[in-house]
Design a protein around this ligand. Structure first.
Ligand SMILES: [Zn+2]
Length: 293
């Protein structure tokens, strides 16, 4: 993949906020406040992050930079090395556990063996971590970093109350988000994080994938999880044990959300696997409910 960076906006988006887009891979977000600039996420490689910083230089107007890592998924923080010596990086405390987990390094060696652009990635962690929530007071704008686990244990969204704008990263996703594991606990977390975002009553909700900005995506994600729970709740016990449940009629991805025309086949494959995980977690939650009844 020949990845490059471009700066984008959305209709109605305040001009202090800039979408930093790497094709269909991921969006980072740049926010300019009176007192400092904030870059939320550092993209998938240090080269991409450096390209982004170059493109943003004029808008940065020599203000100090603060960087936030939304969560420790590769496409959001592997560019951290480009930030070294330029800005402090902030993340949720749970990001440190993920960074230490052997799977993080395994993902890197896997991806580096497939694509040369990942061979000079260094895994750099945040300098500042917090639990619960944290507020960045920019003067004209406030950035509230809100822990929203469920997609991953360390996930945070950024709420800017003055603009009623939520930078939702991967907590909200079109067509569907993905739960961290096939457990009832993580399913509960992703649904309550979505409810928390819905209750912000944002004017714009901006995820890192899918190029959407309408708050309706939050309602659609919540409706998807509710429809999954309803469908699974109507299955017989023998069907619940079926490992191929996600490919049977009435339970496939397209039975819950329309697959957009022209979506590349590898992207469809990716969302099918997200759906499988979500379905697995829903089945698990249902089985636990049956046992405790
Ligand atoms: Zn992502």
């Amino acid at each position: 993949m020949n990845a490059s960076v471009e700066l984008r906006s959305y209709p109605g988006l305040d001009d202090r906020i800039v979408i930093v887009r790497v094709g269909d891979e991921v969006d980072a977000v740049f926010v300019r406040t009176e007192r400092f600039n904030v870059l939320i996420d550092t993209l998938g490689t240090p080269e991409l992050c450096r390209m982004a910083l170059d493109l943003l230089e004029e808008r940065a107007e020599a203000r100090p930079l603060v960087v936030v890592n939304s969560h420790m998924d590769w496409d959001h923080f592997w560019g951290n090395a480009a930030i070294a010596g330029r800005a402090p990086i902030i993340a949720h405390a749970a990001a440190l556990d993920r960074l230490r987990d052997p799977s993080t390094r395994e993902v890197l060696s896997d991806k580096a063996s497939q694509e040369s652009r990942f061979r000079n990635v260094d895994l750099i962690g945040p300098a500042i971590t917090f639990s619960g929530s944290m507020t960045l007071n920019g003067g004209d704008l406030t950035l509230e970093l809100i822990h929203t686990p469920g997609h991953t244990p360390d996930h945070i969204v950024i709420w800017i109350p003055e603009l009623r704008t939520c930078l939702a990263v991967d907590a909200v996703e079109y067509p569907i988000p993905e739960v961290w594991s096939r457990t009832a606990g993580d399913l509960r977390l992703i649904r309550s994080s979505l409810e928390r975002i819905r209750d912000l009553k944002a004017r714009l909700v901006i995820p890192a994938h899918g190029h959407t900005y309408s708050p309706s995506a939050v309602d659609e994600n919540l409706a998807y999880f509710q429809a999954l729970a309803d469908r699974v709740g109507s299955l017989s016990e023998s069907r619940l044990a079926d490992q191929q449940l996600g490919s049977s009629s009435g339970l496939r991805l397209e039975d819950f959300v329309p697959i957009p025309d022209g979506m590349p086949s590898d992207t469809v494959t990716f969302y099918r696997s997200c759906h499988e995980t979500n379905l697995g977690a829903t089945v698990q939650a249902h089985i636990e409910r049956l046992k405790s009844a």
